[in-house]
Design a protein around this ligand. Sequence first.
Ligand code: ADP
Ligand code: MG
Length: 360
Amino acid sequence: MIETTGLALGLRGLTKRYGAVTALEPTDLDIGAGEFLTLLGPSGSGKTTLLNLIAGYTDPSGGTIRIGDRDVTRTPARHRNIGMVFQSYALFPHMTVAQNLAYGLEARRVPKPEIARRVEAALALVQLEGYGTRGVQQMSGGQQQRVAVARALVIEPDVLLMDEPLGALDRQLRRQVQVELRRLHLKHGRTTIYVTHDQEEALVLSDRIAVMGKGRIQQLGTAAELYARPANSFIAGFIGESNLPEAKVTEVTGGMASAEVPALGLTVRAPVMPGVAPGAPARLMLRPEHLRILPDAGEGIEARIAEVIYLGELTQFGLETAGGAFLVARGMEGRGLRQGDIVRLGWSPEEVLLVPDTGP
Ligand code: ADP
Ligand code: MG
């Protein structure tokens, strides 16, 4: 028996194959009640497949799906009590906002007065009070997206699924709606699985993030965990930004390794992630904010400033090392450094990390 108390959703060995293509490798995943989990990954990594399996729109090739205490692996989609929001919104275009919301409740034979009450409450939740009689085609993209969220929530789903719901919005509106969705989740508290390829979006919204690549969950953790301890070079580059020069590991002891980094022209000692071993391909994770331009000559490694980009509060430097690497550093800088200047670069050994050079 699996212990399910407090668990909203449990997947065991869930798999999907299309002929020779494996869209989803055997996947285990547990999601806690009320949790907001994001599936983050590049296009084709299996995010939509996983979501559609949970929703019941796609039949699995293997494995099981549990919602609360129910095994729903063979339950039709309409009986899974799941709310779904698509990028396309998929609203009924010739119905009013209220009719769109009422549709799922009528199908569930909810009494009329209760439907009216729940529709109003759901519209209030997404700040569209009084919009019930509007036609959906009269509404802006951002408003339609909120109607789609309200329609998914009005049925009081056990799990809310969202597949790139902000994909059709322009960048500025996306940022705003992200914050709204986060606040909305704090209000309704429903277990949510959210799909995006935008790492910033994942960081804003999520309690935990499952990074997907090549049909598998590459790593699962909080944003802070993934950022500080990425399991491999793919995740180090996908969550936040990083310089990732190649490293030849010569020795590993007690969680620390020595490695030659040709691009830096030196041997470093740094903490390691599992999988880093002599002979195995590895990279040094050197985040832009960990790379410092040193005040004194004689320390660190030499580099030439190839570009200076003002980002407002921070300045970003593109730096060329003698070993032929291009490194990015970012920080507060008041020394008037310019393109062409020769500087020294340093970092704290405990801030950098050696990661296996694996992942898609
Ligand atoms: P994502 O949502 O991360 O972009 P998908 O889950 O849509 O990725 O797709 C994962 C992989 O499965 C891709 O290689 C895609 O081409 C393949 N795939 C998805 N749906 C089908 C299908 N109906 N038939 C064949 N291959 C599919
Ligand atoms: Mg998709």
